[in-house]
Design a binder for this molecule. Structure first.
Ligand SMILES: NC(=O)C1=CN([C@@H]2O[C@H](COP(=O)(O)OP(=O)(O)OC[C@H]3O[C@@H](n4cnc5c(N)ncnc54)[C@H](OP(=O)(O)O)[C@@H]3O)[C@@H](O)[C@H]2O)C=CC1
Ligand SMILES: C[C@H]1O[C@H](OP(=O)(O)OP(=O)(O)OC[C@H]2O[C@@H](n3cnc4c(=O)[nH]c(N)nc43)[C@H](O)[C@@H]2O)[C@@H](O)[C@@H](O)C1=O
Length: 316
């Protein structure tokens, strides 16, 4: 593979989200001068005709699909119909439009929840479709698996070097801090912060605290995406993660420390735990020369600082 042209148009779908905004920052810092993004109100990616028209008119050199209906365990569990339907529509429209406009390079982003609930740990890419999915996010996972298949089908049929990558759980500036619909880290940053402010004696977290999760800072993810666009060309999807995980109880302790909340932590076991563990095997991406730079403690403190500085504009 070769260096991307820094002056050619790069379309970042979902450029206002956690991942898309990090991609924008990273590409800009790496000399890209022609980044393009439309918000969902400017271009609803479920609108097939509009997507075809925009992509045909722009003829980007690269499309990065960071647009999706995204949420934490409870949002996935509560709205499976939307998570399936909206994600299928967004990715099918984008990829079909890219093929029709002969876009030469595309990166599709999925998620580590595509792998079987009881996959052997750490999870290798070839575990895909070897077992049943975790029920709290099976609808979302099936949409993402369809995306991987579409990338492979396009490569086979049209010979275009499109790729897909599967990030582990992400966090960082620009995250969604909604109290119910977000992922665990932003939810806990907000909850511990509010408890500290109000002087609450305890904070309640969801589930048993025993599941394990792996967290990657979104700036590391953005660097990995550019690295893959310049160094990876294979039909098989590739994992992006740290190769290290913690229990949710440990994560809650770390978040409380980052926020400086001194009270107790309690557990609401009526809330779902989700998959017991999903640690990615990251040997393939490491072999291409990429590795994460931001450790979880530093990343958590930075994210909390960002949350405080952007209190009036945080999502959720
Ligand atoms: N967050 C995580 O922990 C992980 C995320 N990922 C993947 O990374 C990608 C990005 O996720 P993330 O940044 O966290 O999600 P966010 O919710 O932060 O951002 C998603 C973006 O998608 C856009 N979008 C959603 N629906 C539409 C639509 N109908 N038309 C146009 N744009 C739309 C939104 O645009 P707007 O703001 O303009 O409405 C939003 O900016 C997803 O594919 C996700 O699966 C993978 C692993 C973990
Ligand atoms: C990225 C990934 O994200 C989702 O899967 P998940 O890994 O289960 O993500 P989560 O961050 O929501 O939860 C992780 C763990 O943390 C526990 N937990 C404690 N307290 C809170 C809490 O307050 N909020 C949340 N959300 N979780 C909490 C929670 O019970 C669970 O055990 C899917 O959308 C999936 O589709 C996907 O791709």
């Amino acid at each position: 593979m070769h260096q991307l042209d820094r002056e050619a148009p790069v379309y970042i779908a979902g450029h206002r989200g956690l991942v898309g905004s990090a991609l924008w920052r990273h590409l800009e810092a790496n000399g890209f001068t022609n980044l393009v993004g439309w918000s969902s109100s400017e271009l609803d990616l479920r609108d097939r005709a509009a997507v075809h028209e925009r992509v045909r008119a722009l003829r980007p050199a690269v499309v990065i699909d960071a647009a999706a209906r995204v949420g934490g365990i409870l949002a996935n569990h509560t709205y499976p119909a939307e998570f399936l339907s909206e994600n299928l529509q967004i990715q099918v429209n984008l990829m079909d439009a890219a093929v029709a406009a002969e876009v030469p390079r595309l990166l599709f982003l999925g998620s580590s929840c595509i792998y079987p609930k009881f996959a052997e740990q750490p999870i290798r890419e070839d575990s895909l479709l070897t077992g049943a999915l975790e029920p709290t996010n099976d609808a979302y996972a099936i949409a993402k698996i369809a995306g991987i298949m579409q990338v492979q089908a396009i490569r086979r049929q049209y010979g275009l070097p499109y790729i897909s990558a599967m990030p582990t759980n992400l966090y960082g500036p620009g995250d969604n801090f909604h109290p119910r619909n977000s992922h665990v880290l932003p939810a806990l940053i907000r909850r511990f912060h509010e408890a500290k402010e109000s002087g609450a004696a305890s904070v309640t977290c969801w589930g048993t605290g025993t599941p394990k999760r792996e967290f990657l800072h979104v700036d590391d993810l953005a660097a990995a995406c550019l690295h893959l666009l310049e160094h990876y060309d294979d039909p098989q999807t590739i994992n992006i993660g740290t190769g290290v995980d913690q229990t949710i109880a440990e994560i809650a302790e770390m978040t409380a420390a980052a926020v400086d909340y001194q009270g107790d932590i309690e557990w609401d076991t009526s809330k779902p735990d989700g998959t017991p563990r999903k640690l990615l095997d990251v040997s393939r991406i490491k072999a291409t020369g990429w590795k994460p730079q931001i450790d979880l403690q530093t990343g958590l403190s930075d994210t909390y600082r960002w949350f405080l500085q952007h209190a009036s504009e945080v999502r959720g």
